[in-house]
Design a protein. Structure first.
Length: 188
């Protein structure tokens, strides 16, 4: 069940200027490195929390429908569903009518639920027979991202910046895990 990034975030939750101020880096010689660390820290924090920080579009594939009437989505927070489609045996895509399902963006994970007594149409393709195109994120700008998450990104950038080139770096600071913990999805 692959999930593919279609449109990456247009910005990062932490600006280069903010990261440089946090690092007390006054020169431009390592701007590219710091920018890469910001992106890497965001992705690390997104994976740890199951969240998309800045608005981004993803394409999620499934082989089949879940047994229950709700289709869980891989990320949160959900902004919108662009399209839910089923592929036939001939690989032709049929887009589902949005009137046949409702979107539950408030749940974690967000989900798509069939209305009334409707049933999901069976895909004809054995692999990746269902696709969901969706937009996730807190919003388009860094100010839309909760401050705790932004702080976690800054701490990760500083940690990796301080230990770059170290073949045996120390583990990620526990403060980062503590900042991310309230945003992690509880799983049993």
């Amino acid at each position: 069940m692959p999930t593919i990034l279609v449109t990456p975030p247009a910005a990062e939750p932490v600006s280069l200027a903010d990261a440089k101020a946090h690092l007390r880096a006054e020169h431009a010689a390592e701007d590219e490195l710091i920018g890469t660390l910001i992106t890497t820290a965001r992705r690390h924090a997104e994976v740890k929390t199951g969240l998309a920080f800045i608005t981004q579009e993803w394409l999620h594939y499934r082989d089949g429908w879940p047994a229950e009437s709700a289709l869980p989505l891989p990320l949160a927070p959900l902004i919108s569903i662009e399209e839910v489609a089923v592929f036939g045996a001939d690989d032709i895509k049929a887009v589902l009518d949005p009137a046949h399902y409702c979107v539950d963006a408030a749940s974690r994970p967000p989900r798509i639920v069939m209305r009334d007594a409707r049933v999901w149409p069976a895909p004809g393709r054995i692999a990746n027979g269902i696709s969901v195109s969706a937009t996730f994120g807190f919003g388009p700008g860094q100010d839309d991202v909760p401050e705790q998450l932004r702080q976690a990104v800054l701490l990760l950038v500083a940690h990796w910046y301080d230990h770059r080139g170290n073949a045996n770096p120390p583990p990620v600071p526990l403060t980062v895990a503590a900042l991310l913990a309230p945003f992690r999805e509880a799983r049993l």
